[in-house]
Design a protein around this ligand. Structure first.
Ligand SMILES: CC(C)(COP(=O)(O)OP(=O)(O)OC[C@H]1O[C@@H](n2cnc3c(N)ncnc32)[C@H](O)[C@@H]1OP(=O)(O)O)[C@@H](O)C(=O)NCCC(=O)NCCSC(=O)CCS(=O)O
Length: 406
């Protein structure tokens, strides 16, 4: 099959986006076409192992300056006027080819790790954030535990940091930790007395150990694993932000990460849509292309509307964050809507393409097909970085207030 046309170019028009954001979208699209398209099938379908971590792609992303996009000029970033908008379109363009890679190496690395380091005090912020912007290390962000992921309250958290001379001694375990098998630094949320604090820890510190990568349904290019901490010494100046304010630091980064999951959802929906629209325009049944049947015309018309809405939601969340410094409700809407849409479009795209949607590699011809992995990759969007139930809870708080909602 020919490379499917990018339908976003004719259906969605970036009429209100600042020229700066449009330039970043174009730049990242060219990077993704050249670097990710050729390796996307391998990235999306190779089972998880330490050896499968895409070091080469990470290097190319860093060399292309993609980690400079979200950050201010004083740490080597691009110093854009609308950094969140640019970050979100970057996520969409990368995830069009590999949602797993984008989750790990852009949403995880640039947003969860980068935006947490952005909240660190000096000299921690400049030292580590500048190195991240230059692509000098892979990092991890660790809030979730075997018994605490949705509930990030101090009561649920088992990882504890106790004061010792010169700092803290941290003991506990984290689960589902993206990039941990290759990371040099990890940000860890831990209980300090009755509150939570965020710590920056070197993965080579005595007492840190990492398990093997989890074998997951999808997002194979996003390696996750358990991390154990046994009496790990953390210097006092490696607390990120004010001690006791760790939940605020974590939720700040997650709020941006959630917009990003919305953008990744749009990418998956658009990618599945483009493939299926091209396929059903050519493939004939009963003497005419499948796209000549009104059922599929209406299905794709509705998904075009939904993708337009989902894209506008994440862009508006980002624009409001850049202009007003907050967009919790729009971010929750963007995450909820974009991640659910990705599952819906992938399912319908597979249905429209039949077995050519369900197959990963066709032995007879050696051809590879994308919909099978998009469907598998889409599901996690409804779960990670705050389940879609949590997003509804956040939106409900904005409607009814905390007294009623909790
Ligand atoms: C369910 C929750 C929404 C409940 O939250 P809480 O009611 O316990 O907390 P809050 O009072 O709302 O907030 C605590 C604290 O943080 C500040 N805050 C809240 N939101 C923001 C924000 N968007 N930006 C900045 N600051 C924020 C808030 O003002 C409070 O500050 P003060 O203490 O008042 O000063 C919440 O627990 C929740 O969202 N749960 C879901 C957690 C989650 O997403 N888990 C998954 C995480 S990681 C993951 O999925 C894998 C990542 S990966 O490796 O890819």
């Amino acid at each position: 099959m020919k490379i499917p046309a990018r339908r976003a170019d004719t259906l969605h028009h970036d009429v209100w986006l600042p020229p700066e954001t449009r330039r970043v979208r174009q730049e990242v699209r060219e990077f993704a076409e050249a670097v990710l398209r050729p390796v996307a099938h391998r990235l999306n379908n190779t089972p998880e192992s330490v050896e499968s971590f895409p070091h080469e792609v990470f290097r190319q992303m860093a060399d292309a300056g993609l980690y400079r996009i979200p950050f201010a000029a004083d740490v080597g970033g691009r110093g854009l006027e609308f950094p969140t908008l640019a970050t979100m379109v970057t996520l969409e363009e990368l995830a069009y080819f590999s949602p797993g890679l984008t989750s790990a190496l852009y949403d995880g690395q640039a947003i969860l790790v980068g935006k947490t380091l952005e909240r660190a005090q000096e000299p921690l912020r400049s030292r580590y954030l500048s190195a991240l912007v230059r692509g000098e290390f892979v990092g991890s962000f660790a809030t979730s535990e075997p018994e605490a992921s949705t509930d990030l309250s101090a009561a649920a958290m088992q990882t504890v940091a106790v004061p010792v001379e010169g700092g803290y001694s941290l003991t506990g375990g984290k689960r589902w930790i993206t990039n941990s098998v290759v990371a040099r630094y990890i940000l860890v949320l831990a209980r300090t007395e009755a509150r939570l604090s965020m710590f920056l820890i070197g993965m080579d510190s005595p007492g840190v150990s990492v398990g093997k990568p989890d074998l997951k349904m999808g997002n194979h290019a996003q390696l996750t694993a358990d991390v154990r901490f046994e009496q790990v010494f953390v210097p006092a100046d490696h607390v990120v932000g004010i001690p006791g304010n760790g939940l605020k630091v974590a939720l700040g980064a997650l709020a941006m990460g959630r917009m990003g999951i919305g953008a990744i959802g749009v990418a998956m929906a658009q990618s599945a849509f483009d493939f299926a629209a091209a396929y059903i325009s050519e493939r004939k049944v009963f003497g005419k292309p499948i796209a000549a049947f009104q059922h599929w015309q209406f299905t794709f018309a509705e998904h075009a509307i939904n993708i337009e809405n989902a894209r506008n939601l994440y862009l508006k969340a980002a624009y409001r964050f850049d202009t007003e410094g907050e967009s919790e409700v729009e971010g929750a809407m963007a995450k909820f809507y974009g991640s659910r849409l990705a599952v819906d479009v992938a399912r319908d795209a597979i249905q429209a393409c039949g077995a050519y949607g369900f197959v990963r590699e066709l032995s007879a011809t050696g051809q590879s097909f994308p919909l099978e992995s998009i469907y598998r990759d889409a599901k996690i969007g409804e779960i990670y970085e705050g389940t879609n139930e949590i997003q509804r809870w956040i939106i409900a708080r904005h409607i009814f207030g905390r007294d009623l909602v909790g």
